[in-house]
Ligand binder design. Structure first.
Ligand SMILES: CC(C)(COP(=O)(O)OP(=O)(O)OC[C@H]1O[C@@H](n2cnc3c(N)ncnc32)[C@H](O)[C@@H]1OP(=O)(O)O)[C@@H](O)C(=O)NCCC(=O)NCCS
Length: 130
């Protein structure tokens, strides 16, 4: 897997990534993320590329993972796990953080498998650190 920066040449491919309808409540679209990043000085966005195909999207702000999605055609292949490992490796020796919805059991399982611990939950969100 490669973490590919978004450019004017490839961003439309990333915008086409989507999740299953029942997962839409857990994550915004890639288009939303691009809009957010436009107003955020230190947000980093990457497409997740496997065999020359975009299979997902990740965004972070410093050592905080702010968005992750794997396209519904490519889930359960280990790509989400690979992407989070690459994010962690971007901040060697640093504590990394994230927030997810309390009912996002798939994401919580993925993060827990990678050593994240829940430190708080509030307003339907769980805060995790590693
Ligand atoms: C959560 C998400 C990123 C997981 O991506 P993925 O590539 O399918 O995950 P992996 O294949 O690496 O799976 C890792 C582990 O996560 C858990 N998991 C992933 N998908 C799951 C599902 N649909 N149901 C239950 N557990 C799931 C499992 O524990 C899995 O390990 P296993 O396959 O050995 O059982 C993906 O489902 C997704 O994009 N969801 C919608 C957006 C979202 O919720 N993003 C996170 C916001 S914080």
């Amino acid at each position: 897997m490669e973490l590919v920066p978004l450019t004017k040449y490839n961003y439309l491919k990333a915008v086409k990534l989507c999740v299953a309808p029942e997962q839409e409540k857990f994550v915004g679209t890639v288009a939303d993320a691009i809009a957010d990043a436009h107003f955020c000085d230190d947000c980093e966005m990457r497409a997740l590329e496997v065999n020359r195909e975009f299979v997902g999207f990740i965004m972070w702000q410093g050592p905080h993972l702010s968005r992750l999605l794997i396209d519904c055609h490519h889930q359960r292949k280990g790509y989400g796990t690979m992407a989070v490992k690459l994010f962690i490796e971007t901040f060697p020796g640093r504590q990394v953080t994230l927030q997810t919805k309390v009912d996002n059991t798939a994401a919580i399982a993925l993060y827990t498998n990678l050593g994240f611990k829940s430190i708080a939950d509030h307003g339907g969100a769980v805060y995790m650190v590693r």
